[in-house]
Design a protein around this ligand. Structure first.
Ligand SMILES: *Cc1c(COP(=O)(O)O)cnc(C)c1O
Length: 230
C-alpha cells in the first residue's frame, strides 16, 4: 500500500468512528471537527492529508511545528498548537499557529498577543482534569479558568474560543470527560461564545464525543505509531 492509500484507509476508519460516536450521542457529525495530529511525521504526510480533505492539523513541539507550517504554507491548512507552551516560545508559536489549544496560565497571554502580529489567533484554555492535589501534567485548574479567560478576552489579537483537555492517564476517560463537561457548562455561563471543546484522541474519541467535544485530536489512528522516543 502506498502511504496515501494507507492514510486514506486510516482516515476513513477515524471518520467512521466519529460518525458512529455522533450517532450514538444523537449529535450531528458536522459539529465535530477532526484535527489530525502530525507530530513526528514529515511534511510529506501533511501534504497527503491535505489532498485527502484534512483541513486541520495539530503539532505539539514548537520547532517541528514552525518548520512544517512553513513547508506547508501553500496548503491553506489550519494549524493547531496543542503542546506545552514555554512563555519564551509563545510569541513565535502565535506567528504561525491559527489555534493555540494549550493556554494554561496568564503569563502566556502577553507574548501570544504580541506574536499574533495583527492576525487573530484562536485560543483554547487547557484545563487540567487531574484530581486536585495530583501532580499536574498540564492545564489550568478549573477554578483558575475564569481569570485566564478574562486575560485572553482583553488581549489584542487573541480570540477566546473554548476549552481543551487531555484525559489523565490511568483513569476511565468517560469519567474524566464527564467532569470536563461539567467544567465546560459552568464556563459557558460566563463565556457563552467560547463554545469549542477539544477533547479526545485516538484511544478515547468516542467518550469525548459523548461528552460534547467539538474537536477531536487524532494522531496515531491516522498516521500510525509514532517513534518511541518522545
Ligand atoms: C499526541 C497528542 C494527541 C494525539 O494522540 P494520539 O493518541 O496519537 O491520537 C492528542 N492531543 C495531544 C495534546 C497530543 O499531544
Amino acid at each position: 500500500m502506498s502511504r496515501a492509500e494507507q492514510l486514506r484507509a486510516n482516515l476513513d476508519v477515524v471518520r467512521r468512528r466519529i460518525e458512529a460516536a455522533c450517532d450514538e450521542a444523537d449529535r450531528d457529525p458536522a459539529e465535530v471537527s477532526l484535527v489530525v495530529v502530525t507530530k513526528f511525521f514529515p511534511a510529506s504526510d501533511v501534504r497527503v492529508l491535505a489532498d485527502l480533505g484534512v483541513t486541520d492539523v495539530g503539532e505539539n513541539r514548537h520547532q517541528e511545528a514552525e518548520a512544517k507550517a512553513a513547508e506547508c504554507a501553500d496548503l491553506g491548512l489550519t494549524w493547531h498548537f496543542i503542546g506545552g507552551l514555554q512563555s519564551n516560545k509563545a510569541a513565535a508559536v502565535a506567528a504561525y499557529a491559527d489555534v493555540v489549544e494549550s493556554v494554561d496560565r496568564p503569563k502566556l497571554v502577553a507574548p501570544l498577543s504580541r506574536g499574533a502580529g495583527g492576525r487573530t489567533v484562536d485560543v483554547l484554555l487547557q484545563v487540567s482534569l487531574d484530581p486536585p492535589g495530583a501532580d499536574h501534567r498540564a492545564g489550568a485548574a478549573p477554578d483558575d479558568l475564569d481569570e485566564l479567560a478574562v486575560a485572553v478576552t482583553g488581549a489584542e489579537g487573541l480570540a477566546l474560543r473554548g476549552l481543551m483537555a487531555v484525559a489523565p492517564l490511568g483513569e476511565d476517560p468517560g469519567e474524566a470527560f464527564a467532569r470536563l463537561a461539567a467544567v465546560r457548562s459552568a464556563f459557558l455561563e460566563q463565556h457563552p461564545r467560547a463554545t469549542a471543546l477539544s477533547a479526545g484522541m485516538s484511544g478515547d474519541l468516542e467518550h469525548a464525543v459523548a461528552h460534547g467535544a467539538t474537536h477531536v485530536r487524532v494522531g496515531s489512528a491516522v498516521l500510525g505509531p509514532r517513534p518511541a522516543v518522545q
